[in-house]
Ligand binder design. Sequence first.
Ligand code: 5AD
Ligand code: SF4
Length: 471
Amino acid sequence: MHFPNLNEAKIRSSKKVEVITAKNIKSETHKGEKYFLKTYGCQMNVHDSEEIKAILENLGFTETKVLEESNIVVLNTCAIRENAHDKVFGFLGRVKHLKREKPELIVCVGGCMPQQDSVAKLLKDKYPYVDIVFGTHNINELGTMILNHHDTQEIEVYSIEGNVYEGIKYARDSKISAWVNIMYGCDKFCTYCIVPFTRGRERSREMSDILNEVDQLVKDGYQEITLLGQNVNAYGQDLKLGYDFGTLLEKVALTGIPRIRFVTSHPWNFTDEMINIIAKYDNVMPYIHLPLQSGSSSILRLMGRRYTKEEYLNLFTKIKENIPGVSITTDIIVGFPNETEEDFQDTLEVVKKCQFDGAFTFIYSPREGTPAAKIKDNVSLEVKEERLQRLNKLINEHSLMHNKEYLDKTVKVLITGPSEKGENKVCGYTETMKLVNIEDANEDIGKIINVKITEAKSFSLDGKKEIFINN
Ligand code: 5AD
Ligand code: SF4
C-alpha cells in the first residue's frame, strides 16, 4: 500500500527529471476476458485512457461497452470539481452490485481522484470491493498491478513525481486525429485548482522525443495531432535547453502533418513569437483555447492567475489582429468566494468585448487542499446559479453569431467519423474547431474536404460536400 499525500504533492523538488522507458508487458493471462473502461474529465485523461487500453489489451483483454459483460472494470477519474467525484462514486454503486454476482471481477480506480489522500482513504475504508487503486504517476504500473493482484486491495499512488515516461504504447481511439503529450503537470497553482497536486510539477518531454512520435504518426497516415499540456506555453521551461513552445510548434509544423492543434494555453506566458508561428504556418490551426476564468482583476488576483482584466484583453486583441480568422474559446468560473455583482459584471463586460466562439462555464467548486478552499464564502448557491445562467445566455448568443458567419461559405473540414445526427451523416471539424454535420460523405472519413455550410446552430453547423466539376 502506498498512499498519496497532498502536502507532499505541493513540494516541487529540484531533482532532475528522469526519463524512464515505459514497461510494455505482454501476456496471455487474460486472453478471452473483457475490459470495461470509463473515462472522466479532460483530454489528458482521454489520452491516458489510450495507454490504459494498450496495457489491458497487452494482457489479453478485449474491450466491451457492456459493464455486465466485463471481467475487469477500470475507472479513469477526474478531480477537478465535486460533480466529477459524485459521478464516479455513483458509478461505483453499480459496480458493487456486479461484483456481488461476479466476485472474480477486478475493479480498478485510477487517475486524478486517488491522488487526493482523502479519496484514497475513502476507497480503503468504504469500498473494499475496489481491488486496485492507482494514480496519474503510475499508470504504467497498471499491468504489473493486475498480474500481481490476488484477494487483497492494492493502493499504489505516488505523491511527488518528477519523471517522464518514453516509449508508452497507446491504443489510440482514432486513426485520423491523435493526442501527443508535450508536457505533464502544472506549476501555476491557481488557488482554486487541484491539478498541480494531482498531476505534479511541470515536466516537459524532450523535443526530439515529441518529434519522433509526430513523425511516426505522419507515417501512419494521421491527419491531425493535438499537442497536450496543462499549460502548453510553459513547454520547455523546466528543461532549460533554450527552446520553448514556439520552437516546438514550428518544428512540428515542419513535419508536414496536415493539422496541428494544442491545448491549453495560459494567457500568462503567451509570447509574440508563438502568435507569429501560429499565424505563419497553414497547418497550425487558427484556434486557441484561452481560459479567462474571471473578468474581474481583483478576483483574478485571488485566483492567482497572474494577469489583469486589461492584460487579458490586450492579449486577446493581439491574437485576433495577428492570426487571420482565429477562433478563441475560453473557460470561466462563476461564484469564486466573495465574487460581488460588480466582479461578475466585469466578467460579462470582458465576454461582451471578446465575443468568444465558445466557452466552458463552471460554478466554483472548492477542492480540499487548495488555498481557495480555505476562503469563507458569502455568496449563496442560488446567486451563483443565476450568474451562470446569465453568463451562458450571453455565451450562447455569441456562439450562434459566430456560427452564422459561416452560412453559405465553403470551409475545409476534416471528416473524423459518423455523425450522431443521423444514419447517412458524418461529422468533422473546421480549421477553427467548429463541429460540422455533413450528409452523404461516408467515403470521405479521414479526409479534409471542402464543405458548404447550409445551416448554423449554437453548437454545430450543417453542410454539404462541395463537388468541383472540371470542364
Ligand atoms: N471549480 C470550478 N471550476 C474549476 N476549474 C478548475 N478548477 C475548478 C474549480 N475548483 C475549471 C477551470 C479550468 C477548467 C479545466 O476547469 O475553468 O480552466
Ligand atoms: Fe489548474 Fe491553473 Fe494549472 Fe490550469 S494553469 S491546470 S487552472 S493550476
